[in-house]
Design a protein around this ligand. Structure first.
Ligand code: UN1
Length: 501
């Protein structure tokens, strides 16, 4: 069966019949076309925003636990369709099978989390300085949430935002990557099914509560520019975030930015090297280096460098690159030829900066943009090492002094994820302390990628500062009102001010 035939079967199974149109879709596995589909116009984007705004005005009045019921139904649909959606993701963006399934599992997990959250949108009660007064805070929905997502997690990132946004009482308009339109159509169809079941059970779900915009950049711009979009949650490159952030700020909207990472592992003299090898291999080569959390900088202590590097090299040369749907393959294709060109350029730049490149050769003849993962021994943190290249390149550097490596670690402009491999309590705790990693995610004896949904996800500096998913990330999707209630018969003023009339 051709991949196109399989995709059409999966789409039918998932209840999607894409309308034909000018937007080409393809699989990076073979380069084969998956059909050309209809795009939304800018006018349709505007209409979706308006209708989402109307929907929000209703949805905000639905009790949060009942809003949670809708997300619970979405979780059920995802559970029932995990295999089909996971497979579609694998084919459309080239992930190995278990990672396609893992992506859908991440969606299920956030739905479960959001259902619980729907009964836990807690505000504080605050001691008032005035007699017979009570203070508290209340969290309210904010409006339309615009979600702009990237190709590499084509459906999970939408679900992190949408599951939270919906229980928080907001409406959602989603602009996915045009490299992953089919997965987006399928994921959204599952939400539509959940909405139908919700309505069939007698609950009110307003029209336009969630919509999907298929197409290019102009649609994302509509979300960024519309004063009706209260929060723009955008995942992508730092370059994209540099455009989105200021535009949204100029209209005093909120943005939640998940941008580039340049993630690390520091391997110290006491590290368990077997565990480190597995942690480093998954984090650096998994998803063909196309996670924002992918391990890109590896600092090896001088005392273990010569023992560890050959083991890593042999893991790199034995890993199977190829069709990600085949058993045993761990590295699928890059998303497109442009990504391969970017990888080759970074390797050239690394050589020019004094690096020694192991691996990294393109694999031809498969129809897609395949490459062997590259390990690059660098004399210093220079050249391409300080940039994010969305490809499986791991820069390896030697260090001697722990304090010095902490400085080096934080020297780059990005601040997403980081890790240390050590059995030394002092090093581990120092890495997690204020003088340690400056990233939004800092791990011990686990690589930087593969975060669970229970924690807040995101990073600092050029990574954009946003937090999605677990912990109290929901607060970004709500507004806080501070309430002071006077249940006495006098009117004492705060700070002892008197104003007698
Ligand atoms: C991304 O690459 O945009 O932590 C998200 C991870 C995944 C999410 C990655 N849970 O690697």
């Amino acid at each position: 069966m051709s991949l196109n035939t399989e995709v059409q079967t999966l789409l039918a199974q998932l209840g999607v019949t894409p309308e034909a149109g000018p937007l080409p879709t393809r699989t990076p596995i073979s380069g084969e076309s998956l059909g050309s589909i209809a795009e939304h116009t800018a006018a349709e984007a505007e209409a979706a925003i308006q209708s989402a705004h109307r929907a929000f005005r209703d949805w905000r009045n639905v009790p949060a636990p009942l809003r949670g019921e809708l997300v619970r139904l979405l979780g059920e649909e995802l559970r029932a369709n995990k295999a089909a959606l996971g497979r579609l993701v694998s084919i459309e963006v080239g992930k190995v099978v278990s990672e396609g399934l893992g992506e859908v599992q991440e969606m299920i997990d956030i739905c479960d989390f959001a259902v619980g959250l729907s009964r836990q949108l807690y505000g504080y009660t605050i001691a008032s300085e005035r007699p017979s007064h009570r203070m508290m805070e209340t969290w309210h929905p904010i409006g339309v949430i615009g979600v702009i997502s990237a190709f590499n997690f084509p459906v999970a990132v939408w679900s992190w935002n949408t599951a939270l946004a919906l229980v928080c009482g907001n409406a959602v308009v989603w602009k996915p990557s045009e490299k992953a339109s089919l997965s987006a159509l399928a994921a959204h169809a599952l939400l539509e099914r959940a909405l139908k079941r919700f309505a069939d059970a007698g609950h009110h779900a307003p029209d336009g509560l969630s919509s999907l915009l298929i197409g290019g950049r102009a649609l994302g711009e509509a979300l960024v520019d519309s004063p009706k979009v209260a929060l723009v949650s955008a995942t992508g490159s730092t370059r994209m975030g540099r455009e989105v952030g200021p535009k949204v700020a100029a209209r005093f909207g909120r943005s939640l930015l998940e941008l580039g990472g340049n993630n690390t592992a520091i391997v110290t003299p006491s590290a368990d090297l077997d565990l480190t090898l597995r942690g480093v291999a998954f984090a650096a080569m998994g998803t063909a280096g196309q996670r924002c959390t992918t391990l890109r900088r590896l600092f090896l202590h001088d005392s273990i460098y010569d023992a560890f590097l050959p083991r890593l090299k042999s893991a790199y040369s034995s890993v199977k690159v190829g069709n990600p749907l085949e058993t045993g393959v761990l590295i699928g294709p890059l998303i497109d030829d442009g990504a391969l060109v970017g990888m080759e350029k970074a390797l050239d730049d690394a050589r020019a900066a004094g690096g020694t490149v192991h691996g990294g050769a393109a694999v031809t003849g498969l129809g897609g943009a395949y490459a062997h993962p590259a390990l690059v021994e660098m004399p210093a943190q220079v050249g391409p090492v300080v940039h994010e290249t969305f490809a499986p390149i791991l820069y390896v550097m030697r260090y001697k002094d722990f304090d010095d490596v902490l400085e080096k670690h934080n020297e780059v402009p990005q601040g997403l994820s980081s890790s240390i491999f050590t059995n030394d309590l002092r090093e581990a705790e120092a890495f997690l302390s204020a003088r340690g990693s400056d990233c939004g995610i800092a791990n011990v004896n686990i690589g930087p990628s593969g975060a669970e949904i229970g924690g807040a996800f995101g990073g600092e500096k050029e990574t954009g500062g946003g937090r999605e998913s677990g912990s109290d990330a929901w607060k970004a999707y709500m507004r806080r009102a501070t309430n002071t209630i006077n249940y006495g018969t006098t009117l004492p003023l705060a700070q002892g001010v008197s104003f007698d009339i």
